[in-house]
Structures are given as structure tokens and as C-alpha cells.
Write a protein that binds this ligand. Structure first.
Ligand code: COA
Length: 191
């Protein structure tokens, strides 16, 4: 198991690396609600594993939501170095799974399409970027390093390294040589 202090340092570094507006770790600790929501989720997710604490976990996640504008269900499984930029309006559902090094902008929903129980939220691969206001709905899969355009509504699987835009989202491109992470080298394009 990774030491909590190491996870914390990684989270701060992820924010520094992916937000050109971030000037210091101290500023990030104080002023990044996405990070506060992530840290709260680490606690609520641990509580969620023990039945008597499930209610308390839900209550804490709702308190976090009212403080940060980010709602993450305690049952959601989040990878390392998740960066939620701006935060406000992000919703991550109970059965969502998010890989490592994912970036979400404000207004992103990882939501369900039906009221049935069981897996009903998306699985997001490593290194995925999901633009502001995008909705990714249903038990679909978004492949590693895919990019979802701002305000897209994604209801079908997205292949790795693909760019999906529009409503409903269509695949616009799938770079074969250069990995998307290189393509995104200058995070200023997302400001
Ligand atoms: C989807 C995205 C990652 C694509 O970036 P890219 O790889 O540089 O691709 P391009 O800009 O060359 O666009 C490729 C095509 O998709 C279209 N497109 C790009 N973003 C789109 C969007 N959000 N909605 C609809 N179409 C979009 C472009 O017009 C272009 O269409 P064309 O091939 O018909 O000309 C980017 O446009 C995006 O939406 N990023 C999210 C940014 C964000 O949320 N910022 C918030 C900052 S606060």
C-alpha cells in the first residue's frame, strides 16, 4: 500500500504539472477544491468498505460536495494522480472506475443511464482527459489516453487514444504514432 504522504505529494505534483496557473504547492493546498474533494473521497472510500460506516461516508461526501461543488460517491474507485480542475459541478457515480493520471474539468459527469442496480457508470482508462461539461454515461469504457471534448455526451465506448466530441459523441481522430500525452504537453490549451 502506498503511504498517504506519497499519495498527497503526487496529487499536488499532478496539479502543478497540469495547471499552468498553479504557482506553488501551498497555493494548491489552499485553493484547489478538486483536490479537497479527492482527499475527502480517499477517506469516504475507505469508510465505504465497512458497512456500519456507509451512512457516515455518504454524509461526509455530501458535506464535501457543499464545500467544493464536487460530488464523488464513496463507492467510486479513483486511480492515482487524478486532477479535477476548477471542480464545480463534477459528479462521479457509485460504480465509476477512474484510472491513473486522469484529468477532469468542471461540469464533468460520470453518470448512469438507468436506475438499475449494479455496474451503471463508466470505466475511464489511464491518462484520459475529459473536457468541461462533458457527460460520460452508462457502463461504458473510455480507453487509455482518450480525450473527450468539452460538452460532449458520450454513450458508447471510446477507443484508446481517440478524440471524441459532440452530442452524441463521435470519434474525431485516433493518433497512431504520437501518444496523446505528448500532444497535450502544453496544458495551457485547456485554460
Ligand atoms: C476535444 C479536444 C481535446 C480536441 O482537441 P484536439 O485534439 O486539439 O483536436 P482539434 O482541436 O484539432 O479538433 C478536432 C476536431 O474536433 C472538433 N472539436 C474539438 N473540440 C470540440 C468540442 N468540444 N465539441 C465539438 N467539436 C469539437 C474540431 O472542430 C475539429 O473538427 P474538424 O476535424 O471537423 O475540424 C479539445 O477540443 C477539447 O474540447 N478539450 C477540452 C478543453 C476544456 O474542457 N477546457 C476547459 C478549460 S477551463
Amino acid at each position: 500500500m502506498t503511504a498517504p504522504w506519497k499519495l498527497l505529494a503526487e496529487d499536488l505534483q499532478a496539479a502543478r504539472d497540469r495547471d499552468p496557473a498553479a504557482r506553488s504547492r501551498f497555493e494548491i493546498v489552499l485553493g484547489y477544491p478538486g483536490l479537497h474533494a479527492l482527499w475527502s473521497h480517499r477517506l469516504t472510500h475507505a469508510m465505504w468498505q465497512w458497512a456500519p460506516l456507509k451512512l457516515a461516508a455518504r454524509v461526509l461526501s455530501q458535506i464535501t460536495r457543499s464545500l467544493t461543488g464536487v460530488e464523488i460517491h464513496p463507492g467510486a474507485v479513483l486511480g492515482r494522480r487524478l486532477f479535477i480542475d476548477h471542480g464545480m459541478g463534477v459528479v462521479i457515480g457509485e460504480t465509476a472506475v477512474v484510472g491513473d493520471d486522469v484529468t477532469l474539468f468542471h461540469g464533468v459527469t460520470l453518470g448512469g443511464r438507468s436506475m438499475t442496480h449494479g455496474k451503471r457508470h463508466p470505466t475511464i482508462g489511464n491518462g484520459v482527459v475529459i473536457g468541461a461539461g462533458a457527460k460520460v454515461l452508462g457502463p461504458i469504457w473510455v480507453g487509455d489516453h482518450a480525450q473527450i471534448g468539452a460538452n460532449a455526451v458520450v454513450v458508447k465506448d471510446v477507443p484508446s487514444h481517440a478524440v471524441a466530441v459532440g452530442v452524441p459523441a463521435q470519434i474525431k481522430g485516433r493518433p497512431t504514432s504520437a501518444p496523446i500525452v505528448e500532444h497535450c504537453e502544453d496544458p495551457a490549451i485547456f485554460i
